[in-house]
Write a protein that binds this ligand. Sequence first.
Ligand code: NAD
Ligand code: UDP
Length: 331
Amino acid sequence: MSLTRKRALVTGGAGFLGSHLCERLLRDGADVLCVDNYFTGRKDNIAHLIGDPHFEAMRHDITFPLYVEVDEIYNMACPASPVHYQYDPVQTTKTSVIGAINMLGLAKRIGAKILQASTSEVYGDPTVHPQTEDYRGNVNPLGPRACYDEGKRCAETLFFDYRRQHRTRIKVARIFNTYGPRMHPNDGRVVSNFIVQALRGEDITLYGDGSQTRAFCYVDDLVDGLVRLMATEDAVTGPMNLGNPVEITVRELAERVVRLTGSRGALVRRELPADDPVQRCPDIGMAKRVLGWEPGVALEDGLARTVEYFRRMLRERGSLAREAEPARAGG
Ligand code: NAD
Ligand code: UDP
């Protein structure tokens, strides 16, 4: 690592958001250390970065201490899809809580700035809509989502206590549903599920009646928000909502994916998972005011790019439905 470049540590750097963040930081001229235990992340996500002299990948679980020298820490490590974070809920809480303690301890020891990838899930099933940062949330501490929601809430507490007690320079981003290339095809999140199902010619699974809402942010916009938040002066800590405030129902999302892919699959209903939030949409007034940030990629464009990514992946695996191949001129 050089002495003149900024040195950034990205935990969870081989995951969906983390790998895009590593790429962006390298483009901005940083030395990047990617740390991941590859639970939900994949080496494929960072394969194109290996060989870059300013990039280094390290297999490590952040529930164990880490001793490295960096200037900035982006703490992204944590499974993010309900299927994955509920697979081993105790490990999910450990990653959020013990992982935060380890990364905050590192930041304190070396004087680094540290940003936490928190989540809209801290608002639970919200009774305030859209969600503003001062809303304290409506989380069920005993339900199947609690390992993630309460883990992330405790991590936020730790961040603010490290700031009060040790003057650690912290930033907390509350990330709302983000999608794009490199989502795991089997991670169960709605955008990847719908696109993969559509491209395979399978039925599209609506949980409940599909009237629940979400607001979807394209990955490049989100990463830009994270980088801008990290660059703010020390007085800016957040928590700050980052997401795209265009709210749609899950059913509308399914219909758009069907239109984009030409899928012949039907929309079929499945049981709604416990504690699934009824509505979610960020108020991004603070991010606009403080960072001069707002998303620029429309859902239609972001979905089209994501469809292309999964189309290529499924074609390589031989599981693309014939009708999902784009029509060829003269063909
Ligand atoms: P992801 O599952 O693709 O990435 C998480 C990464 O963390 C993976 O590479 C995984 O292997 C790694 N990881 C998990 N536990 C670890 C541990 N103990 N030690 C080291 N590495 C570990 O998910 P993502 O969507 O990229 O999410 C990244 C972060 O952003 C997460 O903290 C998540 O909670 C947060 N977030 C994401 C979204 C979203 O919509 N994508 C929304 C809100 C918050
Ligand atoms: N969902 C769905 N079908 C799927 C996957 C998810 O209807 O195949 C719904 C899910 O019940 C939720 C929304 O889509 O209401 C978003 O789910 P996701 O797991 O992507 O993220 P969440 O916002 O719930 O964490």
